[in-house]
Design a protein around this ligand. Structure first.
Ligand SMILES: [Mg+2]
Length: 261
């Protein structure tokens, strides 16, 4: 395989704690193939995500990271050119929108919604007014919750739902398991789907994204899913490993990612 597309939370770290052995495993993987870090998180820019990975000891640059916020900004630029955007989101989303040439405005052509831990009624009001006036409604992702050290907290999906209910309109969703972010990943790698593997801890986002675009998929059990949840799900990865370290040991032992488990 030429490229490994790695989810972050639940694969490399859990909240802000690195998963045992993951830093070393990712660096060893980088010696064998291209590695791209792919996250639905839009609160941090690619630059900040890369700096955090580097600080943890993973060799990484901003160009090795794709966030759903970056993907939303690129999606809009490629289809519509530099635009006006009203973001409901955090600094990482705003940074990516501006880097793609978009102007932040309360009177906008697009409303882009990501996780916003400073969400207010006023932001929802402005978002709704723009959508009612014809702005296109885009969601970075619709993850219902995110895992943290203190348990689950509401995800971007919960905020998207508020605006969806108010506006009566459904957003275009950029992040995993949807195609827009995967198109940007493939563009970025310049590879065929047959040369790429998705590695993630969630069946309904990471693994489904890989299956939908025809890539091989590897589920790690260091995050959301368990053997039991895998058993109950219709979404089946090509391969299941306990951790990313286990994947590396298997690859270094000559294993290949081929069939269904
Ligand atoms: Mg994850």
């Amino acid at each position: 395989m030429k490229a490994y597309i790695l989810d972050l939370d639940g694969v490399i770290h859990r909240g802000s704690n690195p998963i045992d052995g993951a830093v070393d495993a990712v660096n060893r993987l980088r010696d064998r193939a291209k590695v791209l870090f792919l996250t639905n998180n839009s609160t941090m820019s690619r630059r900040v995500v890369a700096a955090r990975l580097e600080a943890a000891g993973i060799r990484c640059g901003g160009g090795d990271v794709i966030t759903a916020g970056y993907a939303a900004a690129v999606y809009i630029r490629k289809r519509y050119g530099a635009s006006t955007v009203y973001p409901i989101g955090e600094a990482g989303l705003i940074e990516e929108l501006e880097l793609q040439g978009h102007a932040i405005s309360e009177d906008s052509e697009f409303v882009v919604v990501g996780l916003d831990r400073d969400l207010s009624y006023e932001k929802l009001r402005i978002g709704l007014r723009n959508i009612a006036d014809g702005a296109k409604f885009i969601a970075t992702n619709t993850d219902p919750v995110l895992p943290t050290e203190d348990g689950f907290v509401p995800g971007a999906g919960a905020i998207v739902c508020a605006l969806e209910t108010a506006s009566g309109q459904s957003p275009l969703v950029i992040g995993k398991p949807n195609q827009p972010i995967m198109d940007i990943v493939l563009d970025h790698l310049g590879l065929d789907v047959s040369e790429c593997v998705v590695v993630g801890d969630r069946l309904d986002t990471d693994i489904l994204a890989g299956i939908r675009c025809g890539m091989k998929t590897v589920l790690v059990l260091t995050g959301v899913e368990t053997r039991e949840s895998l058993e109950r799900s219709d979404i089946k990865p090509d391969c299941v490993v306990g951790s990313i370290t286990e994947l590396l040991v298997a690859l270094e032992g000559g294993a290949r990612i081929t069939g269904k488990p």
